[in-house]
Write a protein that binds this ligand. Structure first.
Ligand code: FAD
Length: 391
């Protein structure tokens, strides 16, 4: 059951009521109200600053799932989910930049490169070092980026279409297929941690160093504030000390699918924010149509979120179950994405014409919900979402 929201009984509470007493959740919530909510439309239009990510790091959000021995929060999945819902519901730009950080940190935690861990891991867990990641291209049927072995490290060659936070990040985990000296692609995925050239965004909208060109910022219908830059490598040398891991491509693909299948708490965060605003409109205007749709959507939300988190928890504890439930979890993820789109559309409908002004949250939530349809998209998710769109 979802907990009643203490500050407003008409608003949706967390999936697990016990997270409300966790100190990090109090800090995240205070940051969300003081910084993210009032600035979200500005950040959406003008871009996020490194300062905002540093302030978020001070809440402890970056370290939530990581071990206490490394100064992480060692928190349950329910706590990380609630933090994600709160952040994404307030400002999906901030959430998306924050979300990039988790996989590089996990990859480095699991690396055999102790020297690289010593250099970066404590800072990454504390959120003092911000990290990005480039891996979505690996899922494509045809590659445009590869890594090649070099006697002293690796050569990176080709283009990455999207690297979020590139000009803000201290490190970026770059993953790609191995290519041999004859230019033949091998069935192996290599990961390296690179340090992007520092950028002064007041003066520069791109960087160019020997073998590496990045920027300019992409002009986007949504997530335009995430500092997402295209990056191109031309036999760019990365020393062996930056190596993180290598693994068979099939193993990488399965591990990636197991994680990608679950519904993203961010989609519930956006839906929840829309439902809360819908409830406010129902309260203040007294329109029965808004009250009825708000009530029905909230009930659907609470049930779907509980089912999605339960399925994710069951899969997290058992790899066999995780594999056996791939289809079921992907279907839940597609339903969650669809629900976020419908909740944001309902908010637009209930808000009237003002919803179309760029200073209004409703249009931003709707664009963010649509973005989630393609973010981390797998072929299976695409099929499930398309199927759900056919009546
Ligand atoms: C604003 C923005 C920021 C982003 N930032 C990052 C980032 O920082 N790091 C990162 O790694 N990614 C990032 N992405 C990428 C994003 O996660 C991907 O766009 C998303 O996963 C969809 O992949 P795609 O764009 O490569 O689309 P597609 O190439 O269409 O692929 C989508 C899915 O469809 C499948 N598919 C495509 N073509 C076929 C086919 N012919 N047959 C069968 N299956 C097919 C692919 O296997 C893939 O799983 C960003 C995207 C955006 C829009």
């Amino acid at each position: 059951m979802n907990a009643p929201n203490v500050s407003n009984p008409h608003h949706v509470g967390p999936a697990d009521p016990s997270v409300s007493s966790v100190a990090e959740i109090h800090r995240v919530e205070a940051f969300v109200q003081a910084v993210l909510v009032p600035n979200a439309n500005y950040v959406d239009q003008h871009g996020i600053s490194r300062i905002q990510l540093d302030e978020l790091a001070e809440t402890g959000a970056f370290g939530l799932p990581f071990p206490a021995a490394l100064e992480g929060g060692a928190q349950r999945a329910a706590v990380a989910r609630e933090a994600t819902e709160l952040i994404a519901g307030a400002c999906a730009t901030t959430w998306f930049c924050f979300a990039q950080h988790r996989s590089p940190t996990t990859a480095l935690l699991n690396s055999t490169n102790a020297e690289l861990q010593d250099r970066w891991l404590p800072k990454m867990i504390a959120g003092e070092a911000v990290s990005g990641i480039a891996f979505a291209h690996i899922r494509r049927p045809k590659q445009a980026f590869w890594l090649q072995e070099h006697p002293d490290g690796w050569l990176l060659d080709g283009s990455l279409d999207w690297v979020t936070t590139w000009p803000l990040a201290d490190v970026v985990l770059v993953q790609g297929y191995l290519r041999d000296a004859n230019g033949v692609q091998r069935d192996e995925i290599v990961s390296v941690l690179i340090e992007p050239p520092q950028v002064n965004l007041e003066l520069q909208d791109r960087t160019e160093i020997d073998g590496l060109t990045a920027g300019p910022e992409l002009a986007l219908a949504v997530m335009g504030g995430t500092r997402t830059w295209p990056v191109r490598f031309d036999n760019y040398f990365v020393p062996a000390r930056q190596f993180v891991s290598r693994q068979p491509a099939q193993e990488w693909a399965l591990n990636n699918s197991l994680v990608a299948a679950d519904a993203n708490p961010a989609s519930f965060g956006i839906a929840r924010a829309c439902l809360d605003q819908l409830a406010d409109i129902a309260q203040s205007s007294g329109q029965s149509s808004v009250r009825e749709s708000s009530g029905a959507l909230t009930q659907e939300f609470v049930e779907l979120r509980a089912a999605a988190y339960k399925a994710a928890d069951t899969a997290a504890g058992d790899r066999e179950v995780a594999i056996a439930t791939l289809g079921q979890r992907t279907a839940l993820r597609a339903q969650a994405l669809d629900l976020a789109v419908r909740c944001s559309t309902a908010l637009i409908v209930a808000s009237g014409g003002r919803a179309m002004t760029l200073s209004n949250d409703a249009q931003r939530h709707a664009r963010e919900a649509l973005f989630l349809m393609v973010q981390g998209q797998t072929a299976e998710l695409r099929a499930a979402s398309l199927q759900g769109l056919v009546r």
